[in-house]
Write a protein that binds this ligand. Structure first.
Ligand SMILES: C[S@@+](CC[C@H](N)C(=O)[O-])C[C@H]1O[C@@H](n2cnc3c(N)ncnc32)[C@H](O)[C@@H]1O
Length: 186
């Protein structure tokens, strides 16, 4: 990891403590990195870039797999800040920014997806899943954040992916709790 990226991640972690940026926990971010690299993921989709903390981790992972991150952020000001952070870290070639509602933006895409990170609005996790499901091949991995800290809001999503016949899924208590799901059949 280059020093600019390392410093930027640290600054955002410090800002989160003061301002509550709602970034992913650093341990969960590290797990995302490991999963992207071990899957050799090429097309990585993120829903909910925020100010780009998780996007930086995913873009760094993509720089190691030769892949690319397509990230969606609803709020234009946050998307602009995330983009500035990615440029500052020298990772602009790894990231395509889509600003707006991921539920609409991703309906107009058709590339296969290897890895998905969901960190958007809790009421929308199942819709994000539905929009991307057909583009995920066998072995594609989907990680959803906050399933432990916000268990009540996300129980329907976790139950759905855990009982889906074409998926294997487990709740992993790292950070705010990640639901890690793998597509095992088409
Ligand atoms: C918890 S924050 C994301 C934090 C970020 N993943 C990180 O770890 O640095 C959630 C973000 O999802 C965005 N969001 C909510 N609904 C969305 C949607 N339908 N499409 C795209 N982004 C959405 C919000 O604007 C907010 O910035």
């Amino acid at each position: 990891m280059n020093p600019e990226l390392f410093d930027l991640l640290y600054q955002l972690e410090m800002r989160d403590q003061k301002e509550g940026l709602h970034i992913i926990h650093p341990d969960a971010a590290k797990l995302l990195l490991i999963l992207v690299i071990s899957n050799k993921a090429q097309i990585i989709v993120e829903i909910g870039a925020g100010v780009g903390y998780s996007t930086l981790w995913l873009a760094y992972a993509a720089s190691l797999t030769g892949g690319k991150v397509i990230t969606c952020e609803l709020e234009a000001a946050r998307a602009a800040e995330a983009q500035a952070h990615i440029e500052q870290a020298g990772l602009a070639d790894q990231v395509e920014f889509l600003t707006g509602d991921a539920r609409e933006l991703l309906r107009h895409r058709d590339e296969p997806v290897d890895f998905v990170f969901i960190d958007g609005d809790y009421g929308q996790y199942e819709t994000y899943f539905d929009v991307l499901y057909k583009r995920m091949g066998t072995g594609a991995t989907l990680v959803a954040d906050d399933v432990v800290t916000d268990e009540n809001e996300l129980a329907d999503y976790s139950t759905y992916v855990q009982n889906h016949p074409n998926l294997d899924s487990a709740t992993v208590p790292v950070g705010n709790g990640l639901e890690i799901t793998v597509k095992i059949a088409e």
